[in-house]
Design a protein around this ligand. Structure first.
Ligand SMILES: [Zn+2]
Length: 321
């Protein structure tokens, strides 16, 4: 009987795999950190070995699985099961057929998707989105990821790269250039890798840091330091957080107008700044939406947190059931 779900979250630093019951409760899981310097085949073999080990340790047969869901940070061709490219690994990948390579070793079907889609689906099945059918999941961490669910189905586009909301432009006049080469992308105005630049702007304008950040060490400024700054009432940290929240609020507004979801679920490292971040996002959203909101809409934190990717990857095996 297909009573278990298997999920794999393949990240640049951490590789985790888990077996779950159909209700999302965990049977067993493992994580390793020894894959990141391997080549494409090496990483794939590490994934295969980890899944096999979990199955063997728990006496579970391939046939007992609903399937294996693999999620990874990168551009994924969902239909063909290819990893198009990912900046998170030394191995370049490059349309690498990871789904097929894993599928050859197991007598069950295998799904490959990007991590934001998996997290969105995990929230829908087991997290903050359980009672909803139209939701948008946004993660604001090193970058910005997004998974869009309409009528309980993931929107993937032609091959699977839909939802790249991080590169939607929220301020075309911004002087901040995104890694993609455009100016004012949501990612470049809100995510962790751009926080130092945001802090630098205020220092250069003459504002004083109360947590010892100056132009000589500002490149070290990150989300963790921002949380400390908020605790210490550092004015610049608060402004950086407000700028990030404002960009996310504009992103939420734009998505709201396009898709009319019931709920936005927001996860990722920056949400560790707490309720104040959500309040700022909501404030920006409401200032833009004015009287154009005809239905109740919620903005909530992720309920699955760090395990959203792994559980979400496992949940993807239920998608076609
Ligand atoms: Zn961009």
């Amino acid at each position: 009987m297909k009573r278990y779900l298997c999920g794999v979250d393949l990240g640049g630093t951490k590789l985790s795999a888990g077996i779950f019951n159909a209700d999302g409760t965990v049977v067993d899981k493992r994580k390793v950190f020894d894959h990141k310097d391997l080549d494409c085949d090496g990483i794939t073999n590490r994934v295969i070995a980890l899944i096999r080990e979990l199955l063997d340790n728990n006496g579970i047969m391939d046939e007992d699985l609903q399937g294996i869901g693999i999620c990874m940070a990168g551009h994924v061709n969902y239909k063909k099961g290819l990893l198009i490219t990912s900046s998170n690994f030394k191995a370049g990948f490059n349309n690498y057929p990871i789904r097929e390579k894993v599928a050859r070793k197991f007598r069950t079907h295998v799904i490959l998707d990007n991590d934001a889609n998996a997290q969105a689906y995990g929230e829908l099945m087991f997290g903050a989105g359980r009672n909803f059918s139209d939701l948008i999941f946004l993660t604001v961490s090193t970058g910005v990821g997004c998974g869009i669910i309409v009528d309980r189905k993931l929107i993937r586009g032609m091959t699977g790269t839909a939802g790249e909301v991080g590169h939607t432009i929220v301020d075309p006049h911004s002087d901040v250039m995104c890694s993609c080469g455009n100016h004012g992308c949501l990612m470049s105005l809100s995510s962790g890798q751009y926080l130092a630049g945001m802090y630098r702007k205020y220092l250069a304008a003459g504002e004083k840091s109360s947590i010892g950040v100056d132009l000589s060490n500002v490149d070290d400024f990150n989300g963790m330091m921002m949380r400390r700054g908020l605790e210490d009432d550092d004015v610049i940290s608060r402004k950086v957080l407000a700028d990030s929240a404002s960009a996310v609020g504009i992103g939420v507004y734009n998505l709201f107008q396009v898709l009319n979801p019931e709920i936005f679920i927001i996860g990722g490292g920056l949400t560790n700044c707490g309720e104040i971040y959500f309040d700022m996002i909501e404030e920006k959203f409401l200032s833009l939406v004015k009287k154009m909101m005809y239905d109740k809409i919620e903005i909530r934190p992720s309920a699955l947190g760090n395990s959203a990717g792994l559980l979400g990857a496992a949940a993807l095996t239920l998608e076609q059931v």
